[in-house]
Write a protein that binds this ligand. Structure first.
Ligand code: MSP
Length: 529
């Protein structure tokens, strides 16, 4: 395992406010970043905004604002959302940042000088919302964008092109030698069958039809294609092209695991062109690109035109940030599509947090107060056989599973494994019947039982921290665990809890009994965007 970790989300378009789908991607990425930090890996987590392009220029004009004013306002709302969701990005990159712009220009110049780019003419089908040109085959007889399904227009312009043929063999070799580069694997096969096998064309890499972008220094009537501009954020944010001795040297390094998280809609740019740009820059390629699925509503894909994009704020306000993060991470397996419904939301929180973890905490702390005056007894093994042994084995297994699942980018399954442990511990209460053990002369069986329960809760509390950013800490506070005993390494020590005083507080996860209306983003202002 590489000793450092670099993880990114896509940089989002500030063409409208973000919805729960964007929150899904960023929360899952944050959870993975937090896990890596918990594990002691030096981690850098990047998110940001992708601010150039024709669509932003048009939206700003329609709102009577300059593009810069327009993006400044929306980007401020991105940052607010990430604060509300306890997102711990180490940097927020904006493609309008001066350093980024200079780096993009330097890269373009280098490609020109190296002969990776040439000037030609482009004719094709253009999808304005996606900023993408498509071929006849791709738009089909209906002339619609293969990504978003909207109508495309024929367009022609003088443009620079990037020679993809120069790097294609190396890309295919990289796919073959790095089987986990693009996961799930089906996404890689889709790239090969849809784009590479039919014959990959050179990539049109500049535009002359609008102004809001990074100008080509050598020919300023051109602005640099928004996707080259956007993809470069992953290295410009680390200082590439500026100060390369700091974060760039540290995190775009061979001994750093470099991971991009993205939705399926933008796989083509990340899986095909981004590696080629990096090859042209003579830089290492990312280790992983993990393609997650879409979060949808009952009536399908969320889209502004359908007016069914879901606003995360009312959920955070009503249920709290922990519940929203938990739902996002746990409900839809990372990599598959899923559906948001308020009913499933409430059911998931009740089932896992109220009935399972919350119940275990409540029962255990009550017994520690009742039988031990609030002090956790010393951990003793192998007394209530075979139940102690089974629970001990379960604890060890869960710690191992959780770790390997997180490292392999399966946060949903990693968190599900913690629920397995707390369910097992709840069952252990029924098996060992501590209320009966309390009546016995010999206190050893009760000590063992209660200390096993406390240890299960401790492990669960530590392992839930990456997702439950507040309540996992609260759980550990109630158990009396000090702040310096909450890392992944600490949980292998079986004696951490011996003699700690618990502080039973309010119920950690009260049962939710009412659902709310789906909070759509439908305000007039947003519809106009
Ligand atoms: N700006 C480009 C990305 C450039 S990255 C170098 C872009 N931006 S976007 O605002 O459209 O956001 C795209 C990402 O948001 C998707 O790849 C996906 O990760 C996330 N999602 C947007 N809608 C989503 C859902 N409904 N469900 C899950 N994720 C969603 O494309």
């Amino acid at each position: 395992m590489k000793n450092k970790f670099y993880i990114t989300t896509p940089i989002y378009y500030p063409s409208a406010k973000l919805h729960i789908g964007h929150a899904y991607c960023t929360t899952l990425t944050d959870t993975i970043a937090r896990y890596n930090r918990l594990r002691g890996r030096e981690t850098f987590f990047l998110t940001g905004s992708d601010e150039h392009g024709m669509k932003i220029e048009k939206n700003a004009a329609a709102a009577g604002k300059t593009p810069q004013q327009f993006v400044d306002e929306i980007v401020a709302s991105f940052k607010e959302l990430w604060t509300a969701l306890d997102i711990t990005n180490d940097k927020f990159i904006r493609t309008t940042d001066k350093e980024h712009v200079i780096t993009v220009q330097k890269i373009f110049t280098r490609f020109l000088e190296q002969g990776d780019i040439y000037l030609g003419h482009y004719e094709g089908w253009y999808c304005t919302p996606c900023e993408s040109f498509w071929t006849d085959i791709q738009v089909g007889p209906e002339h619609v964008c293969p990504d978003c399904g909207r109508p495309v227009q024929k367009a022609q312009e003088e443009a620079y092109f990037f020679k993809t043929s120069k790097y294609l063999d190396r890309l295919l070799k990289y796919y073959d030698e790095n089987l986990k580069f693009i996961t799930p694997e089906s996404r890689k096969n889709e790239m090969i069958n849809t784009f590479i096998k039919p014959g990959l064309e050179d990539l049109c890499i500049s535009r002359t039809s609008f102004k809001w972008g990074v100008p080509v220094k050598e020919n300023p009537k051109h602005v640099i294609y928004v996707w080259l501009d956007a993809l470069v954020n992953y290295i410009s944010a680390l200082g590439y092209g500026q100060d390369e001795d700091g974060n760039f040297k540290k995190f775009w390094a061979e001994d750093t695991e470099k991971v991009h998280i993205l939705g399926a809609d933008i796989t083509r740019f990340h899986a095909i062109y981004w590696p080629m740009f990096l090859m042209a820059l003579d830089l290492p390629l990312p280790d992983r690109e993990f393609i997650h699925g879409l979060l949808m509503t009952k009536d399908g894909k969320m889209s502004k035109s359908k007016g069914n994009t879901i606003n995360p704020y009312p959920l955070i306000e009503k249920y709290g940030v922990d519940a929203v993060r938990y739902y996002l991470v746990r409900e839809v397996s990372f990599g598959s599509d899923g559906q948001f419904t308020p009913e499933q939301f409430v059911e998931r929180i009740n089932m896992d947090l109220a009935n399972n973890v919350g119940n275990l905490l409540n029962r255990t702390l009550s017994m520690i107060n009742k039988y031990y005056n609030g002090v956790i007894p010393t951990y003793t093994k192998g007394i209530n056989n075979p139940f102690d042994g089974e629970l001990e084995a379960q604890m060890e297994e869960i710690i191992k599973d959780y770790d390997s699942l997180f490292l392999d980018l399966h946060p949903t399954e990693a968190i599900a494994s913690v629920m397995k442990l707390t369910s097992r511990a709840n069952k252990y209460i029924d098996e060992t019947t501590p209320w009966a053990l309390a009546k016995q002369e010999d206190k050893a069986p009760l000590d063992a039982c209660i200390s096993h329960l406390a240890r299960s809760l401790y492990i669960a509390g530590v392992l839930l921290q990456p997702v439950l950013t507040r309540k996992a800490g609260n759980l550990l506070d109630q158990l009396g665990v000090s702040g310096d005993k909450r890392t992944f390494k600490d949980i292998t020590d079986e004696n951490v809890l011996n003699g700690l005083s618990v502080h039973k507080g309010d119920q950690l996860f009260p049962r939710l009994d009412e659902t709310i209306e789906v909070p759509y983003i439908v305000s007039k202002m947003e519809k106009k965007d």
